[in-house]
Design a protein around this ligand. Structure first.
Ligand code: FES
Length: 133
């Protein structure tokens, strides 16, 4: 009799563990940003004029470099778990969440991230540039 009770206890225990794991998985999936979502950021003439100093700067989730006529933009979203990376005074970028580091071109110099920062696709529309990431 006791073995039947033990067996049912084990069944309930493993069902509880399975449901908890399923709940954690669903929560994780709902909190992570969906892959393949893209967004557009408008680079206004005022913003582009700041590039004439030769210094890069962060704006709208992007790090802008280049010149006003040929801008370049890197996404500041870490490729590990999507935290916002910050430009480092010594150059490159650092992620505050788990310590990934990227060089000035967005290449990974230390993990846990394995993919480089995304480079935005830039498109000129009139006197404005649109960055798509
Ligand atoms: S989110 Fe950047 S290192 Fe984990």
């Amino acid at each position: 009799m006791s073995s039947r009770r033990d067996f049912l206890g084990e069944v309930w225990r493993w069902m509880g563990i399975g449901l908890a794991a399923l709940g954690v998985g669903l929560l994780w999936k709902s909190l992570r940003p969906a892959r393949g979502e893209s967004r557009e950021v408008e680079l206004t003439p005022d913003l582009l004029a700041r590039l004439s100093t030769g210094e890069g700067f962060a704006s709208g989730g992007l790090f802008l470099t280049g010149t006003p006529s040929v801008p370049k933009a890197l996404s500041l979203e870490c490729t590990h778990l999507s935290c916002r990376v910050a430009p480092r005074p010594a150059g490159g970028f650092a992620c505050p969440c788990h310590g990934s580091r990227f060089d000035a071109d967005g290449r990974v110099t230390s993990g846990p991230a394995r993919r480089p920062l995304a480079r935005a696709v830039l498109e000129k529309r009139g006197d404005r540039w649109i960055a798509r990431i």
